[in-house]
Design a protein around this ligand. Structure first.
Ligand code: EPU
Length: 442
């Protein structure tokens, strides 16, 4: 199949679409099923490639996975967990970042694990030093090898006291998935507290874990000997929801996102309103629309929860190209998340990239040669272009830009977007977009 999409732009997106469970929760809940002695059921699972990657890895380790994709239900039975062959695991190298989270569960179940080299979006170095430090503190022995990491637990892992240098989402999840069955108490300071992590804690509690979340980013876990399976409905994907909201704003449209929820999106909603977008929170979703007239520029800094998510940044920057005046965006989570703006400049946007920490406090990337702030000057009409998708969120942002631009754009490498946006082409069609995989039709 062609890995490109022809996008006829210049028309507002109008209509209703649905988002299902959060990519960045569902994959972790699937890994958690490995910790149970009995089967788990996960609901509201989207059909995205990351779910397929984790399914493949679970199956390699003996988990029986039954899927009803239309209903969004996964049955995960870990009764026969077993070691996988290194060559089979290797086939998954570079496919996602989730394999690193298999460490704790596999150490508890099998005493050892082999983790292939990781993939995921190239938006910075994305090291795993926090993960390995955590595992070592629990008593695991880590051996870096060609193509991956071999890790083993010479004896039962034991609870520990850890303070993260930065509230990393993945490292917090690593700790949770390892501490729940370690011996004794674990205390994590400077933990990430994203809603997806809170939902993972809810899953682990259903399985029998004892976890308390204190004030000031402290999480305490009392290890238990045994966990059971869970039944859980995944929280909605707030990144996908915000992406569609930004698409509505950038195209002057009106999009209702069923499955979007207010508590997890409060920070986004505040920013959306400051830019001049309107929204209406409904029982089963949120309607986002452009009210007409000028959009307003903003000064924005990305941050860990409850700050403005880094994953919301890229789609919103496209909308900011249509705001009247100068907007400043300071990216403080990843050092290299503005690569996608090259294509926007090629389409007519005025976006300057800076190494300095603009618009707020100094962050850990200041004075270190990272292009991690931008100034966006608008409004600038966008024109169609031939563009290549750089990463998941950057790719969706390119789609938004193509939808807002006059003329027909060619967006290449769109299969990257399938990693995290369920049926996005069908959703675009449902919103009235002129998109096609066939050059003649758009
Ligand atoms: N970091 C380290 N060392 C580590 C781990 C992280 O230095 O061992 C640094 C990273 O380089 C980064 C910062 O800490 O600068 C934050 O990274 P974090 O660990 O929080 O990110 P992650 O767990 O790898 C998840 C999501 C990302 C999302 C971030 C932040 C998944 C699979 N990925 O990544 O989602 O941007 O949290 O919320 O959950 C996406 O969905 O497109 C995506 C990139």
């Amino acid at each position: 199949m062609n890995d490109l999409l022809y996008v006829g732009g210049g028309n507002p997106l109008n209509g209703t679409i649905t988002v299902r469970g959060a990519k960045n929760f569902v994959s972790k809940a699937m890994v958690a099923s490995l910790l149970g002695e009995s089967p788990s059921v996960l609901r509201n699972v989207p059909q995205i490639r990351d779910v397929g990657v984790v399914t493949g890895l679970l199956e390699l380790h003996g988990v029986a996975v039954k899927s009803d994709p239309d209903a969004g239900i996964l049955d995960l039975d870990p009764s026969n967990v077993e070691s996988a062959h290194v060559a089979d695991i290797d086939a998954h190298a570079g496919s996602s970042r989730i394999p690193i989270l298999f460490c704790g569960p596999l150490l508890h179940r099998l005493g050892e694990a082999f983790i292939p080299d990781l993939g995921g979006c190239r938006i910075g170095d994305r090291p795993i030093n926090y993960h390995l430090d955590i595992l070592r503190q629990f008593g695991a022995v880590v051996d870096k090898r060609e193509g991956g990491i071999h890790i083993r637990a010479p004896r039962r892992l034991h609870g520990t006291k850890i303070s993260l240098p930065y509230p990393s989402v993945g490292a917090t999840e690593q700790l949770l998935l390892t501490a729940v069955r370690a011996e004794g108490i674990t205390e994590l300071s400077n933990a990430a507290i994203e809603p997806e992590i809170m939902d993972l804690i809810a899953v682990l509690q259903k399985m029998g874990a004892i976890i308390s979340v204190d004030t000031d980013r402290v999480i305490r876990i009392e290890g238990v000997d045994r966990l059971e399976g869970y039944t859980h409905t995944a929280l909605g994907d707030r990144i996908e929801a915000a992406s569609w909201a930004s698409a509505a704003l950038a195209t002057g449209g009106d999009v209702t996102v069923k499955g979007a929820t207010q508590p997890e999106m409060m920070t986004f909603l505040n920013t959306f309103r400051k830019v001049g977008g309107r929204f209406d929170v409904q029982d089963d979703g949120i309607r986002f629309w452009h009210p007409g007239g000028d959009l307003d520029p903003i000064v924005l800094e990305t941050d860990v929860h409850p700050g403005f998510m880094t994953d919301w940044q890229q789609p919103l920057v496209v909308a900011l190209t249509q705001a009247k005046g100068l907007s400043i965006v300071h990216e403080t989570v990843y050092e290299n998340r503005f690569g996608f703006t090259d294509a926007l400049r090629g389409m007519g946007a005025t976006i300057q990239v800076y190494k300095e920490c603009l618009g707020g406090r100094d962050c850990r990337f200041g004075q270190r040669n990272f292009h991690h702030s931008v100034v966006v000057s608008g409004p600038t009409p966008l024109s169609a272009a031939d563009i290549e998708v750089p990463d998941l969120r950057g790719g969706f942002s390119h789609l938004i830009a193509a939808l807002a631009a006059k003329g027909t754009s060619t967006v290449r490498g769109i299969s990257l977007i399938d990693r995290g946006y369920e049926n996005f082409q069908d959703k675009l069609v449902a919103l009235g977009a002129d998109v096609s995989r066939d050059a003649g039709r758009s």
